[in-house]
Design a protein around this ligand. Sequence first.
Ligand code: HXC
Length: 258
Amino acid sequence: MSESPILSTRHGRVGLITLNRPAQLNALNDALMDALGQALLSLDADPDIGAIVITGSDKAFAAGADIAVMADWTYMDVYQGGFITRNWETIRQVRKPVIAAVAGYAMGGGCELALACDIIIAAESAQFALPEIKLAMLPGAGGTQRLPRAIGKAKAMDMCLSARMLNAQEADRYGLVSRVVPDAELQAVTLKLATQIAGYSLPALMAIKESVNRAHEASLTEGILFERRALHARFASADAHEGMHAFLDKRKPVFQHR
Ligand code: HXC
């Protein structure tokens, strides 16, 4: 039997998913994206998990969609098969925080997968590019939409039209990633961050993620309204009362994730 295209392990309240096609630099094929989607949904449904990390190998987070598979597809294959929509977008259903831990290449669909996560932690070796133009293709897994929202039109056009590769420091400067860390510390730093996040009240995390995502999808007035409703709903949460009372009592809160 061939090895699983992803590995899923648990570290306390953190689910760690490792992309596992090292010989192909984690090129993203259907088997991998199906397995990734299933793992994400299963961790999202698990009450003992509060945050999810997606990572790759030392050399590549993922070098993009699997070109060997795509090369002979026709329009009807991808249209009727719902290419990208069918299994790549499962990550959009995940309501818990998802962190990408990126070392090495994050190219094409690999960069787009990282962009679909909530936080990107980059190792110093990380390199980000949307080089689809070199194949006469297009960054069609959300890249043309999420990249300009992340780094602005000027930088995004440069990357999409010229295939420009960003190193980790440039990606940090442009706001594409949240933090840059030495390669040897990538996993430890990311798991520590994920563990910290997973220790907070889960419904509060979910409400914050949903509200921040609104910033990209709604007008300011609608976004503020959404945020205000989410804030008001916090007062229906036992954890919010516990959090505030624990502060006043000068003790650590005990969250029930309710
Ligand atoms: C299939 C891939 C691959 C990919 C690498 N490999 N990327 N296979 N799809 N995207 C395979 C190589 O063919 C090779 O297989 C092995 O992985 C190692 O890669 P090398 O090229 O030998 O490694 P290296 O010289 O270190 O170069 C690394 C690299 C280069 C710069 C990342 O592999 C590269 O440019 N890859 C393609 C990147 C890319 O164009 N990505 C965008 C894809 S389109 P063998 O069998 O020879 O050892 C896309 C669209 C998404 O993502 C949106 C929807 C359409």
